[in-house]
Design a protein around this ligand. Sequence first.
Ligand SMILES: O=c1ccn([C@H]2C[C@H](O)[C@@H](CO)O2)c(=O)[nH]1
Ligand SMILES: [Zn+2]
Length: 131
Amino acid sequence: MEDKKLIALAKGAMQMAYVPYSHYQVGAALLTKSGKVFTGCNIENAAYSVCNCAERTAIFKAFSEGEHEYDAMAVIADSRRPVPPCGACRQVLSELCPGSMRIILANIKGDVEVTTVAQLLPGAFVSEDMQ
Ligand SMILES: O=c1ccn([C@H]2C[C@H](O)[C@@H](CO)O2)c(=O)[nH]1
Ligand SMILES: [Zn+2]
């Protein structure tokens, strides 16, 4: 699937965001190796610390449905620069995705930046660190 298409699907998911506190909508679209797309939006809460980002919504949807192999993720927001995932999402992506997986960051203006899971979180804490 073309990056443009995955970005368009992320943009669709952005409209589903529940953001009464930040008013900042984010959308994500995760392409699985099997060719399926799982979308996600950010979902906020009056107890701010349990807000869930679009990226984690998308990957948790996929993972919880038995889809564990991923190809790429697109993320979009109405941000000045292509929206960068937060630290919590970077940690989750590091655990569940290959380091070489492409992450396509975008904004509504049309700026796009392509990076990888490993580039987003060099030196990530991993299970081997507990041995
Ligand atoms: O990459 C990002 C950055 C932020 N947010 C959400 C979390 C919160 O709902 C709002 C403001 O931080 O944006 C995401 O979903 N993804
Ligand atoms: Zn996040």
